[in-house]
Design a protein around this ligand. Structure first.
Ligand SMILES: [Fe+2]
Length: 297
């Protein structure tokens, strides 16, 4: 029985600058705070997901959990059984979830200790009018110490598919028609590389850059358009030093005909527009992140 993951629901982050980050993502970044306590906050985009970002006050930056959506309680229970059969230890068994938005799900950890929550039946919220602010979480890129092991585990255990490689440096994984919802970058330590938020159009993308510029936030890399995934990109640095990306127009994959490619890592393929130039040493440093103290490898 395949594990029926339908979408990337949310990312939950540990952040060293909690209050400033809530102000940043709830302000010029364009998300909306839907739940807040002294040490955690949930923020939504305009789409139908209850929230796409959680922030937790912490002594380090890193993944608290990655949320993935399944279509039914039966699918969640089948996933737990299948993962258990594969010998992967669950962190919790399927049950009602207590956090904001509720739902039904369970947690497990990948080989590097990243916590993953598979869930369904999360509370609905009314979509908000689409403007220039994010409509949804687009993708999460993770630094891994072993890209082949990470790729094998996420595909073998969770059922993700490889969309493309960027040489043997990055691998782009999908769970639906989006070219990638998760990507891995070979690195020296386990950490977060960047978190991307989708906006509705190229106009919305440029207006987002304008909105951020008016608040003195300029891209550390971009605007440009990537070869792999074909998405427009602009990367920023948040108050804690994590890297969020504004993106749009991500390539859509026809499952029945897609064949993965290997992209050479050359400037004209990193940025098809030729507008972005090379990423600065500063943004490269932030994308490398700080070693996750909870990492198991
Ligand atoms: Fe990205």
């Amino acid at each position: 029985m395949a594990i029926d993951i339908r979408h990337l629901r949310r990312v939950s982050l540990h952040t060293t600058e909690f209050e400033e980050s809530v102000d940043y993502y709830g302000g010029p970044w364009g998300l909306e705070i839907v739940d807040q306590s002294p040490a955690s906050a949930c923020l939504r985009a305009t789409g139908p997901e209850h929230h796409c970002l959680e922030l937790h006050a912490s002594g380090y930056n890193g993944i608290e959990h990655i949320g993935l959506g399944l279509p039914s309680i039966a699918a969640v229970e089948e996933a737990a059984d299948e993962i258990d059969r594969q010998g992967v230890q669950l962190l919790s068994t399927p049950a009602d979830l207590a956090g904001p938005g509720g739902g039904y799900g369970f947690r497990l950890a990948d080989p590097e200790g990243r916590v993953i929550e598979l869930s369904t039946m999360v509370e609905a919220v009314a979509p908000r009018p689409v403007g220039s602010t994010p409509t949804t979480l687009s993708h999460v890129v993770l630094n891994t110490v072993d890209i082949d092991a990470a790729c094998q585990w996420w595909c073998g255990v969770l059922g993700f598919r490889v969309s493309d490689w960027s040489e043997h440096q990055m691998v782009f994984l999908r769970c639906n028609t989006n070219h990638h919802s998760i990507a891995f970058n070979q690195a020296e330590w386990t950490s977060v590389n960047h978190i991307a938020y989708e906006v509705a159009s190229l106009d919305a993308f440029m207006i987002s850059l304008g909105r951020l510029r008016h608040e003195d936030h300029t891209p550390g890399w971009g605007p440009g358009r990537h070869g792999p995934g074909h998405n427009a990109f602009a990367y920023f640095i948040d108050p804690a030093g994590l890297v969020p990306e504004v993106t749009t127009d991500l390539e859509q994959v026809d499952e029945s005909s897609w064949v993965p490619r290997v992209w050479r890592r050359i400037p004209e393929l990193s940025d098809l527009w030729g507008t972005a130039g090379a990423p600065s040493p500063e943004i490269r440093g932030h994308m490398a992140g700080t070693p996750d103290p909870t990492a198991s490898r």
